[in-house]
Design a protein around this ligand. Structure first.
Ligand SMILES: [Zn+2]
Length: 204
């Protein structure tokens, strides 16, 4: 197999295991993927396999129509969402979907997060919007996530979790961490009078 695909398989495995190490997912929940630039291919984590037991050859290689090109397991249940993001955002090279706690707390409250932190604005490109609820794995959830992302690098999924994207998969993971940090600060700030918007974003 082409070396770029093999490299993407290794990247996806390492990022998936890092998501688990950082507590952004529990059990077999969450998933991540990488686009193989200059090809029609995407590498995504397999469904229902424990992160600690995954090998890079267990990753699923799909084309942009979602057809399996390589891999012995079925792709993650959220494959529709990953492919929809790659179709809508040609510059995106990596997608991470997590069930991280603080951001999900905001999502279950039915809120997004306004632009409150500099690092949030610089990396996510503004507020973190809430995607309307739809069942896991559905095409509707894929559409809702793409709409909530817009041209930004993360969104929340109502009653569910987070989607973060980036030019590379490692950027997507870092963006998921920034979402968690932002959500934590957002919740804590309500204890002492509530958050304020970053000044240069006030009239956005
Ligand atoms: Zn999920």
């Amino acid at each position: 197999m082409e070396s770029m695909v093999l490299e993407a398989m290794k990247d996806v495995l390492e990022t998936a295991q890092e998501m688990a190490r950082q507590g952004l997912v529990a059990g077999t929940s969450g998933n991540c993927s990488a686009r193989v630039f200059d090809t029609d291919l995407v590498v995504i984590t397999p469904t229902s396999l424990e992160y600690g037991l995954m090998l890079s050859e267990d990753m699923c290689v799909l084309n942009m129509d979602g057809e399996k090109v390589e891999g012995r397991y079925s792709p993650s249940i959220e494959v529709n969402m990953h492919l929809a993001v790659y179709r809508a955002r040609p510059e995106v090279g990596g997608v991470v979907h997590t069930h991280q706690k603080m951001a999900t707390a905001v999502a279950v409250a039915g809120r997004g997060i306004p632009p409150i932190l500099e690092e949030q604005v610089f990396r996510i490109y503004g507020g973190i919007e809430l995607a309307e609820y739809a069942p896991p794995g559905s095409l509707e959830l894929a559409d809702n996530a793409v709409a909530a992302l817009g041209n930004r690098n993360a969104c929340l999924l109502a009653h569910h979790g987070v989607v973060a994207v980036g030019e590379k998969l490692r950027d997507a993971l870092l963006n998921a961490e920034i979402v968690e940090r932002t959500a934590t600060v957002y919740i804590m700030s309500h204890l002492i009078g509530g958050p304020r918007i970053v000044p240069f974003m006030e009239h956005d």
